[in-house]
Design a protein around this ligand. Structure first.
Ligand code: NAP
Ligand code: GCO
Length: 262
């Protein structure tokens, strides 16, 4: 029955991959505000320590672990460790990601593979690692962090767009295959958000800055705070009948042809 409790995440264990800073950190903060126990991983101890300090600063007693999301053994170990330290994972946020902005004809196959590995293969590895326990408990939420590039292309981001387009379909397939276990898998598609990943595009003289403002009806870059509510919604029982959906948090970019230049 729907009530304000429908958004309550008390007692739920969340794993946010790449959650030391940026979008992952913000999403973890939002989940914690609604009662979730936060665990996160990052690629090295320095980042994990940075994340732990940042969570502590926010009054969040998070558990942080070093694990490379592209390494299946490390992720299987991570899931086991979290289950013994905190409890079985109820909410997985596949957030860790990289981007390489290189014109495709200049991109090496290895560079292409690296992006696919982190942005598409890793969400598969992490989802596969948490599914057995969720299936046993007949309950689970998987949230894949997609992108505008799950729907649109642009110069220099061929690998990233291919990965994020694939991630949209992986989201739909997990939803299709595991709904019978009361597992919901949805995506969040952030627009252009102020994080270290987009910092190179936001330098004052970078033409991309004005371009994004002209393509966004909200006429601003997104903030990581803008993603907290959508993440809480998709992690909670309020969204139990939503499955395979990508919720775009883009200020209206996908709905808009773009402002006519004056
Ligand atoms: P970010 O600032 O680059 O943070 C990504 C996090 O993932 C970092 O902590 C990064 O660690 C970690 N990571 C990268 N590779 C990893 C690996 N192999 N194992 C474990 N952790 C790894 O990115 P963000 O802007 O917060 O984006 C987070 C997610 O949102 C990504 O999936 C991104 O594609 C997506 N997204 C971002 C935007 C945007 O506008 N910012 C919009 C749409 C979607 P390192 O510091 O070592 O790289
Ligand atoms: C880029 C940006 C985007 C954002 C995001 C948009 O170079 O176009 O980095 O890819 O990161 O994915 O949703």
């Amino acid at each position: 029955m729907f009530s304000e409790k429908s958004f309550d995440l008390t007692g739920k264990v969340a794993l946010v991959t790449g959650g030391s800073y940026g979008i992952g950190f913000a999403i973890a903060q939002g989940l914690a505000k609604f009662g979730a126990k936060i665990t996160f991983n990052d690629i090295n101890q320095e980042l994990v320590d940075k994340g732990l300090a940042a969570y502590k600063e926010e009054g969040i007693a998070a558990n942080g672990y070093v694990a490379d999301v592209t390494n299946e053994d490390q992720i299987n170990e991570l899931v086991k460790k979290i289950e013994s330290d905190v409890g079985p994972i109820d909410i997985l946020v596949n957030n860790a990601g990289i981007i390489k902005r290189i014109p495709m004809h200049e991109m090496s196959a290895d560079e292409f593979r690296q992006v696919i590995d982190v942005d598409l293969n890793a969400p598969f590895i992490c989802a596969k690692a948490v599914l057995p326990s969720m299936m046993k408990r007949k309950s689970g939420k998987i949230i894949n962090i997609c992108s505008m590039m799950s729907e649109l292309g642009r110069e220099t981001v061929s690998a990233y767009a291919a990965a994020k387009g694939g991630l949209k379909m992986l989201t739909r397939n997990i939803a299709s295959e595991y709904a019978e276990y009361n597992i919901q898998c949805n995506g969040i598609g952030p627009g252009y958000i102020e994080t270290p990943q987009t910092a190179p595009l936001r330098t004052p003289d970078h033409p991309f800055n004005k371009f994004i403002i002209s393509k966004t009806p909200a006429a601003r870059w997104g903030l990581t705070d803008d993603l907290m509510g959508p993440a809480v919604f998709l992690a909670s029982s309020a969204s139990d009948f939503i499955n395979g959906h990508v919720l775009y948090v883009d200020g209206g970019i996908l709905a808009y042809i773009g402002k006519m230049p004056k």
